[in-house]
Design a protein around this ligand. Structure first.
Ligand code: RRO
Length: 384
């Protein structure tokens, strides 16, 4: 039996694959489809204090070969009150008992403090409101005139200090777990600085989700000789398969540098069970899916869970703990093993293709025979 379950920040998830905040997470109608799928949990769109419509259209773009997407949504959302309203949560979750989580992305520190206060008040007033975690987004690249908080270490330190001092995180049992969504980093000193700040607040931060989109990417419309995206001069967040390798590296580096009490959730370019497997190998305790969910819809969770199950069966793993964080160092033995595995796969693929071709030939031969008999019958050929 293969078990895909995990925990993040102590929150149990029946499957280690669930949705990222962003696409298809703005309304209870969209989120209810995630809840009904194999997704391990439901995470809402990043909220601001008040509802807002976001940046001008066009604000999204998909490369026609499927390798990359861009967005400059500019935080369109229904406002925090909507995402913590018991009606929204009930409409979203239906009879599913998986965790419901919200994301906040305030325009300033005070907005984040205000929203955390609102979430705490809502739960205190109505303890049946079940919000397992709040993901604090320090990484939205698309706010006009605002830099990404996770790239400004002074600001990030201040945010973490003030957020973690809130009364809702005091006491033995906090009202909800706190996760932090990080931007991608590209240089070891930056990883070290970010992780050092997060580690300072390890008594409150339970997980880190890496990565948000790679900010300030640009796609050009060849015919019109202009950016494909309208807002911010066309600069937008890059996502999809193109960012997977940056995401894997961020997960690996964060896992190495963060205190072990802080879980790492891998996000960025995951489109298959194999991608999820690689994220977990690099140290992720769970994997979020954003762009693939956007493009494919919530059935992606069922597909990826099935694919990961098949991989684990093939490799003889029964739980994700069997391989989590166990990426090996490069070795000559490993390279030799990989070469022979690829050669074996190539030859078994060749055998499968030849078998298929021979089956097709047999089918064609039978069809020709049937056609010949029918023609003979129609034109009344008489055999001698
Ligand atoms: O809404 C957005 O433009 C957005 C957000 Br909040 C985010 O965190 N990351 C992103 O790529 N887009």
């Amino acid at each position: 039996m293969v078990d895909l379950s995990t925990t993040i920040g102590g929150i149990p998830l029946s499957s280690c694959i669930y949705n990222a905040s962003g696409p298809r997470t703005g309304s209870s109608a969209a989120m209810s489809k995630i809840a009904a799928s194999s997704s391990g949990g439901v995470l809402a769109k990043s909220a601001t204090v008040a509802n807002q419509t976001g940046n001008d259209q066009p604000r999204t773009w998909h490369d026609e070969n499927g390798s990359a997407s861009l967005n400059s949504e500019g935080l369109p959302n229904n406002g925090i009150e909507y995402y913590i309203d018991p009606k929204t949560i009930a409409e979203t979750m239906g009879d599913q008992s998986k965790p419901y989580m919200v994301s906040i992305s305030g325009k300033c520190l005070n907005d984040n403090l205000l929203m955390l206060g609102q979430i705490s008040d809502a739960i205190n007033q109505n303890p049946s409101i079940n919000i397992a975690a709040v993901e604090l987004n320090l990484a939205c690249p698309n706010i006009v005139g605002k830099p990404t908080i996770g790239y400004d270490f002074e600001q990030m330190e201040d945010v973490m200090k003030q957020v973690t001092s809130l009364p809702c995180f005091k006491g033995s049992k906090p009202l909800f777990r706190l996760g932090v969504k990080m931007p991608p980093y590209f240089d070891r000193p930056h990883f070290e600085q970010a992780a050092a700040i997060l580690n300072k607040y390890k008594s409150v931060i339970t997980y880190v989700a890496s990565i948000n989109t790679i900010g300030n990417a640009l796609a050009v419309d060849y015919y019109a000789e202009m950016p494909v995206i309208r807002a911010k001069g066309g600069f937008a967040g890059l996502s999809g398969p193109a960012v997977k390798y940056t995401a894997l590296a961020n997960v690996k580096q964060m896992r190495e540098l963060l205190d072990e009490s802080i879980d790492v959730v891998g996000v960025g370019g995951v489109t298959s069970g194999k991608d999820a497997f690689e994220m977990i190998l690099c140290g992720a305790r769970a994997v979020q899916v954003g762009t693939c969910h956007w493009v494919e819809g919530p059935s992606c969770f069922d597909r990826m869970c099935n694919e990961l199950t098949d991989i684990m069966k093939e490799k003889g793993y029964t739980s994700i703990d069997d391989f989590r964080g166990k990426l090996k160092e490069w070795s000559k033995e490993g390279a030799a093993l990989s070469r022979s595995a690829k050669a074996a796969k190539k030859s078994s693929d060749k055998v499968a293709i030849e078998k298929k071709e021979s089956e097709n030939h047999s089918i064609l031969a039978v069809l020709f025979a049937i056609i010949a008999v029918l023609l003979a019958d129609k034109f009344n050929f008489v055999s001698l």
